[in-house]
Write a new protein. Structure first.
Length: 142
């Protein structure tokens, strides 16, 4: 692991965060059905967290001497509320795992501040994942 590899990995994370912002925004606009008010509010509330993650990553990439990506990963198409929640659950799980790995990379490079911030971001994604899993469980119990 070296700084350039870390920059590349952080840019990958940034592309996923940009995608998450678009995903939550799009799903909030598209969600329909009896759970629309609850899900729309939930999706909209998550946009701010994902935007903060993207802002942090972009700033850190520049501080390390890199150029932040402006290209998001593709957003999975989802037509039903259940499909949206499943796609978000997968994305939040992957984000948690990426940040846990990235934190270990930062530790390896002796970047304690970055390590701690990435651990916090992994925690945030874990909380998002857990909330989506709870919503899906309620959905299945109904």
């Amino acid at each position: 692991m070296n700084t350039q590899s870390l920059i590349n990995d952080l840019n990958e994370d940034l592309a996923y965060e940009l995608s998450a912002v678009i995903q939550y925004m799009t799903y909030a606009a598209k969600v329909s059905g009896p759970s629309r008010p609850e899900l729309k509010a939930f999706f909209e509330a998550e946009i701010a967290d994902e935007t903060l993650h993207a802002q942090y990553l972009a700033g850190k990439i520049v501080a390390l001497g890199g150029e932040p990506t402006t290209t998001p990963k593709p957003v999975p198409r989802a037509d039903s509320a259940h499909e949206m929640l499943e796609a978000i659950l997968a994305a939040e799980t992957e984000a948690h795992d990426r940040y846990a790995k990235r934190s270990a990379e930062a530790e390896e490079l002796g970047m304690k501040g970055l390590q701690v911030q990435l651990e916090d971001m992994a925690r945030d994604e874990s909380e998002h994942r857990d909330e989506v899993a709870r919503i899906l469980r309620r959905w299945q119990d109904s």
